[in-house]
Ligand binder design. Sequence first.
Ligand SMILES: [Fe+2]
Ligand SMILES: [Fe+2]
Length: 153
Amino acid sequence: MDAITLLRDDHTMLRELTQQFADTAEKAVETRKKLLKRIEMELKAHTTIEEELFYPALLDASDDIKDARMVAEGIEEHRAADKKVIPDLHKADESSIAYSGEAKVLKDYIFHHLKEEEEEMFPRVRELIGRKELQELGEKMLARKKELLGELA
Ligand SMILES: [Fe+2]
Ligand SMILES: [Fe+2]
């Protein structure tokens, strides 16, 4: 499977999950808990394959500092979601209005990150890395993703 197709499919799923999550009402406490757990797992697997395999492939293929900055920004956005936005949700009461606000923040944050990758990074990777190499990279990423989801489940 092509690496970019794999990541785009993940993005579609992450958009659906975070949108569903942001749309939940204060009384849907169990749904909120379940969705957050699923989002965390999928996000962890997705950002890990990007950081372990996809971003390094871009860095290897490029000697342009703009690409290095784009990768640094991506990593920082992953870290902010993992260390700030998601921990804030864990601290909040699921039945509160504050939680509703934070769920919307998570959704907006994720949408922003996915859009940047799709509009700026993926076209750049297509320019720099050939189809065959992207296929091979995608196979590796898919195998690693399955392994991670097995560990996280
Ligand atoms: Fe990402
Ligand atoms: Fe991504």
